[in-house]
Write a protein that binds this ligand. Structure first.
Ligand code: ATP
Length: 355
């Protein structure tokens, strides 16, 4: 079992709190992404799980054992960094074998494990080559091989694909996920790239300013963002925010904006009278000739089968993803309708979703 449990984790650097009392659990065998903008505390959290950084307070347990104060090398965890330092004067085989040699594993066992890892990563034909001549993708595979041979309880990866170009990154995302499905080891993957997280993770924790704002499956986070921050961070183009004021009681299933009645999922909470924000993903916006929230076409960005139409309204700019077959003219008046079942509503003051 390699469940990782984080409780009330805090990390202060002098007077600055990089991680502010965050708690979450990573299930055994899960591919878990820590996602958030630069500086939100992802790396610091990962380094504490690895044992490379000591928490100011809080606890970390691995497979039910409290490891908060245990040294990194006693944690049975392998770390994969972006710029993994390979030994340039050694060949691929030696680079992969290195951790096992330093652990004193018998030679025959090292040979077996290295060849198995190389086969899984499809670099077995490169084993006797020097690492210096390898492509960046193969170097990354060697780095992964070095982590795999240790057969650790968990893998921790800090932006391991960050140095690769976009196209190859996409390929490596697929390979990493396939590797995970094969090894089934708990994996914690740090990234600021939402597409990377969405495409690979079983669960995503979205971090903001040292706290986890939402933890869920990629679909839960996309469909039901808990905060405006999460809603804005996930999705491209970002979710539209339409500000308005209304009085909403629990049970309400529509809101009024500029005389247009817009259906929303039935509210469980009483929102009272406050400034509210309607959250609408671009693909949930439909253009109509009559009715709906009125606006004017600002422009359209052609994407092949779809297009992003930008509409200006009295409540701000709204982007709609529509079929590219729909013709729109700049400055043309249009109405906006929304798919009621998938909309989000937020309290403008707190940024929290109203459910
Ligand atoms: P990035 O993707 O840019 O690495 P991150 O989410 O991983 O961002 P962290 O590296 O965890 O963020 O850093 C969180 C905050 O803590 C940042 O403001 C950073 O400057 C600060 N920080 C990190 N390490 C230290 C340190 N050793 N001393 C002082 N401040 C630090």
């Amino acid at each position: 079992m390699a469940e990782i449990r984080i409780e009330k984790l805090v990390k202060q650097f002098g007077g600055f709190a990089a991680v502010r009392g965050t708690s979450f659990t990573i299930a055994d065998g899960e591919f878990f992404c820590l996602l958030g903008p630069s500086g939100c505390g992802k790396t610091t959290t990962l380094r504490m799980i690895a044992g490379l950084e000591l928490p100011t307070s809080g606890t970390i347990s691995l497979g039910g054992e409290d490891v908060t104060f245990r040294r990194a090398r006693e944690r049975d965890i392998a770390m994969v960094f972006q710029l993994f330092a390979l030994y340039p004067h050694m060949n691929v085989r030696k680079n992969i074998a290195f951790p096992l040699i330093s652990m004193g594993v018998p030679k025959a066992e090292i040979k077996r494990r290295v060849e198995e890892a190389a086969r899984i990563l499809r670099i077995d034909h490169l084993l006797d080559r020097p690492v210096s001549g390898l492509s960046s993708g193969d170097r990354q595979r060697v780095a992964l091989g070095r982590a795999i041979v240790r057969e650790p309880k968990a893998f921790l990866m800090d932006e391991p694909l960050g140095a690769l170009d976009a196209e190859f990154r996409h390929v490596m995302c697929g390979e990493l996920r396939a590797l995970h499905d094969r090894l089934k080891a708990t994996t914690v993957f740090v990234t600021h790239d939402q597409l990377e997280a969405m495409s690979m993770a079983d669960k995503i924790a979205v971090m903001n300013r040292g706290m986890v704002e939402q933890l869920g499956t990629p679909q839960e986070i996309y469909d039901r963002p808990a905060t405006m921050f999460v809603a804005d961070f996930i999705g491209s183009p970002a979710m539209n925010f339409i500000r308005f004021e209304d009085r909403l009681a629990a049970g309400a299933n529509s809101v009024r904006i500029d005389g247009a009645e817009i259906g929303v999922p039935e509210l469980r909470e009483d929102a009272g009278t406050s400034e509210l924000v309607l959250g609408v993903r671009p693909e949930q916006v439909m253009l109509t000739a009559d009715g709906g929230l009125r606006g004017e076409v600002f422009g359209a960005e052609y994407l092949g089968t779809t297009q992003i139409v930008t509409v200006t309204t009295a409540h701000g700019t709204v982007k709609a993803r529509t079929s590219a077959a729909i013709r729109v003219e700049r400055a043309e008046p249009v109405g906006l309708n929304f798919r009621a079942d998938r909309l989000s509503l937020f309290n403008a003051a707190t940024g929290l979703a109203i459910r």
